[in-house]
Design a protein around this ligand. Sequence first.
Ligand SMILES: NC(=O)c1ccc[n+]([C@@H]2O[C@H](COP(=O)([O-])OP(=O)(O)OC[C@H]3O[C@@H](n4cnc5c(N)ncnc54)[C@H](OP(=O)(O)O)[C@@H]3O)[C@@H](O)[C@H]2O)c1
Length: 255
Amino acid sequence: MADFDGKIVVITGGSSGIGRASAVELAKRGAFVIAIGRNPAHLREAAALHKNIYAVKADLSNESAIEDAKNEILKLAKHFGSLDSKIYGFVHSAGVIYTEPFESFRKHELEEMFRVNVLSGFEIFRAILPLMRSGGSAVFVSSIDAFFGATDPPSSGYALTKGALVSLTSALASELGEKNIRVNAVIPGLIRTAMTEDFFSDEFTAQRKRFLSRVPLHRAGSADEVAKLVAFLLSEDASYISGDAIFIDGGYHAR
Ligand SMILES: NC(=O)c1ccc[n+]([C@@H]2O[C@H](COP(=O)([O-])OP(=O)(O)OC[C@H]3O[C@@H](n4cnc5c(N)ncnc54)[C@H](OP(=O)(O)O)[C@@H]3O)[C@@H](O)[C@H]2O)c1
């Protein structure tokens, strides 16, 4: 299966969890993956998983680091594509969460979530757009919290950023269709990754049970399951799907 042969895909959050699993899935299917992350050890681990995964280190909460990352991506795209440095795909999976009651959110927490979860995706997609000359496909990783709120523990600030990604998906699908660029969002439920590892500890047993009792499939999902959906949406198999937001939550949204 090499449907991404020679295609360049840029993935924020490619160093861990859903982004890393997507990087591996796409690399296995022939893509050159530029994986952006912040933690050097995570980036090394991701790059070691497949020869087609190239790591770019950037703290996406920092504006100047985003600028540096953009330049590095453009350089790498040139390197892979020689004269024809086209980029095909973009996945925005970088994300950070602070859980606080509404009244307790601190400005710096809100700002960091907004920068990493929303603005960095907006900026990096804009930077690579001129290289998506033959069309392409983008996927934003949102969350069920965009639709149902995060209440247990609460995180209105996180829900706000994930809702923004759904709005951005609709707006960009409408705007970029004429360039033959499709834009979709995935809406994961509870997925077991570094971000949710605490939720699987004994301390959260009661909350976890409460949550999973509302999931028809009664289990958390895996990063690999989400990666397969991301790869499908990027692929030609989804050639007439744009502006969609697809739940991957074990049926949580159907309840
Ligand atoms: N797990 C879930 O249940 C779930 C549910 C719904 C939505 N999501 C969303 O899925 C996406 C991926 O999360 P995950 O579950 O795969 O968790 P994860 O394993 O913790 O991955 C988060 C990724 O974001 C990157 N990141 C965070 N802050 C960054 C910063 N300042 N600069 C650059 N990169 C940064 C991390 O990079 P480093 O590792 O290099 O620091 C990592 O690659 C997130 O957007 C999350 O909101 C997750």
